[in-house]
Write a protein that binds this ligand. Structure first.
Ligand SMILES: [Zn+2]
Length: 57
């Protein structure tokens, strides 16, 4: 093997297991495999950026 340094190209993104525990989309993994074959954080339970301001009342 010539490519000895390419053992782990892309580690899984860090997901919040607590949030993913009750998710049906990622089955508790917190990450999903996209059509590109890459691991990405589950959008359903892992919200990376909550920019929206929720008006309570
Ligand atoms: Zn999820």
């Amino acid at each position: 093997m010539a490519y000895g340094t390419m053992t782990a190209p892309e580690p899984n993104p860090r997901a919040n297991a607590a949030l993913a525990a009750d998710c049906e989309v990622c089955n508790g993994w917190g990450s999903v495999i996209t059509s590109y074959g890459r691991h990405e954080l589950c959008r359903a339970c892992q919200s990376p950026a909550e920019d929206e301001c929720h008006d309570g009342s």
